[in-house]
Design a binder for this molecule. Structure first.
Ligand code: NAP
Length: 472
């Protein structure tokens, strides 16, 4: 077998491992092995690429490898769990930038006559696509990062004629791309290439502008999909089969994830991308969406008294649990409740937190048994039989307005029906609203008590009461 055939066999093997790895990521029990399998696939793909005849200089590859490893390791140690969405946004952006650079490098290589493409029209089309999609992904991801990191306001930036302008720029980049592919004039080709690049980079930024910080997880997942498509186009540019396959897998899985998130919020993808959602919720709250009533605080000691008598307890974690990193103390309290004779469950909302599977990851990290994790649709019918629902830094995902108030901007979003439990104890620091910026009627209901403070500290207070009882 010659070298080319061996490389392609290795690429097919790598692609099979990617596909099975992705499939295994779909279940918690197999996710770790799936990740490992995909990693092995990537290793095979990298080694096969490095022995490719067209790689003639390893110096820059080694420099890139060293720099990438150092940055990756530093990020793995330094980036907080709550900053993962920002991190993913940046990684997507770099993926898009890499595809843009591959497209540009190939363009200039062809231009200075270093290579003559076999099918010039096809290669030029692939270059244009890699540059357009890569450019949009890069600046869109950087903007998403800035919004999530609060370097820029999370509010949607809206202005008159915005969608028209974006549509015009998209049309402009398509026209420039067509000219780039069709023309034979070197000067026109260069101008068209520059126009494609420039318009794509501006468009990435302006397309994310009207989307509120609240919808950034969906945007990031869409940008992830785009980074896959850009990589796929780059794969066609350099005729690398595994890049084409891996790009398609990333592209499709990003779309699937975006659709899952949209369904969990009962919104369409178009609504997320074009409605300026955060601005509407702000307006709704300002126009009287705020709720009236009395918040009833409870102490750690009284919380303990309620929990000590409970036989059915459900924890409902949300973004606040991630902020306070309370997952380990939650597990400790759950164990104490079980020792006290209670049955404990964790209700998982699909968009609780700031990224898909956020709560699952945190609870798995704290070794909460999988079987205690109950999906929203399965826990809701059991809610009326729950003695206590403990809401840990969740807000929007337990807001009854989503089910009851047709005027609410989140009306129709499926929620965990915490309000149906006999007693609800909500852990939060103060009167902060959730991601949507809306007030929550749940906190004012007669059966709700507020345990104020950082979630981790509050839970430690309740655990201390349990322990002092055991010691006494
Ligand atoms: P949320 O609505 O954002 O509410 C989080 C709550 O946590 C706040 O009310 C805050 O109140 C409290 N909190 C913050 N830090 C805390 C701490 N250290 N200790 C205790 N409490 C703390 O969270 P959620 O209920 O999980 O809802 C997620 C939201 O994100 C939804 O609107 C969802 O649509 C959106 N979203 C999520 C995804 C995803 O993939 N997960 C995707 C798109 C959109 P205080 O400030 O008063 O403490």
């Amino acid at each position: 077998m010659n070298r080319e055939v061996l490389i392609n066999v290795a690429y097919i093997l790598a692609s099979i491992l990617f596909i099975f790895g992705l499939k295994m990521l779909g279940r918690q029990a197999t996710a770790r092995r799936g990740n490992l399998l995909s990693g092995v696939g990537m290793l095979i793909a990298i080694v096969a690429t490095l022995v490719d005849r067209s790689v003639i200089n390893y110096t820059w590859i080694l420099i890139g490898l060293g720099a990438g490893t150092a940055i990756g390791l530093a990020c793995a140690y330094l980036v907080r769990m709550t900053a993962m969405p920002e991190m993913v946004a940046l990684l997507n952006g770099f993926g898009g930038l890499a595809s843009l650079i591959v497209g540009a490098a190939e363009f200039f290589r062809i231009r200075i006559g270093e290579v003559v493409p076999l099918q010039p029209g096809f290669t030029a089309t692939a270059i244009a696509l890699a540059v357009v999609i890569g450019g949009i992904t890069f600046t869109g991801s950087v903007y998403a990062f800035c919004k999530l990191a609060e370097w820029l306001s999370g509010r949607p930036v809206l202005f008159r004629g915005q969608h028209l302008l974006n549509g015009g720029m998209l049309a402009g980049s398509v026209i420039a791309g067509v000219i780039f592919v069709m023309t034979g004039d070197p000067a026109v080709t260069l101008v068209a290439f520059a126009a494609v690049c420039g318009l794509a980079l501006v468009l990435g930024w302006t397309m994310v502008m009207p989307i509120g910080g609240g919808d950034m997880p969906v945007v990031i997942s869409m940008l992830n999909s785009l980074s896959g498509l850009a990589a796929c186009a780059a794969g066609f540019v350099i005729r690398n089969n595994v890049l084409i396959v891996a790009g398609c897998l990333v592209g499709t899985s990003g779309v699937i994830l975006s659709v899952i998130m949209c369904r969990a919020m009962n919104r369409s993808l178009l609504n997320v991308l074009f409605s300026g959602f955060g601005a509407q919720t702000g307006a709704a709250a300002a126009a009287g969406g705020a709720v009236e009533g009395e918040l009833k605080p409870i102490s750690a000691g009284d919380t303990f008294a309620v929990l000590e008598a409970a036989r059915q307890v459900v924890f409902i974690p949300g973004y606040g649990m991630a902020v306070s990193q309370a997952q380990h103390v939650v597990r400790e309290l759950a164990e104490l409740l079980e020792q006290n004779g209670a049955e404990v469950r964790f209700a998982i909302h699909p968009v609780a937190g700031r990224m898909p599977g956020h709560m699952n990851v945190l609870l798995a990290e704290a070794s909460v048994p999988y079987e205690q994790l109950v999906e929203m649709d399965a826990i809701n019918p059991l809610m009326p039989s729950m003695d206590v629902a403990i809401v840990i830094g969740a807000n929007d995902v337990v807001n009854p307005a989503a089910a009851r108030d047709p005027a609410s901007p989140i009306y129709g979003m499926p929620i965990i029906k915490a309000h149906e439990a006999r007693t609800v104890i909500c852990l939060k620091r103060g009167r902060g609203t959730g991601f949507s910026g809306l007030e929550n009627q749940l906190f004012l209901l007669p059966n709700t008590r507020m345990l104020y403070g950082d979630a981790k500290a509050s839970l430690q207070g309740v655990i201390a009461e349990f322990k002092s009882l055991a010691a006494g």
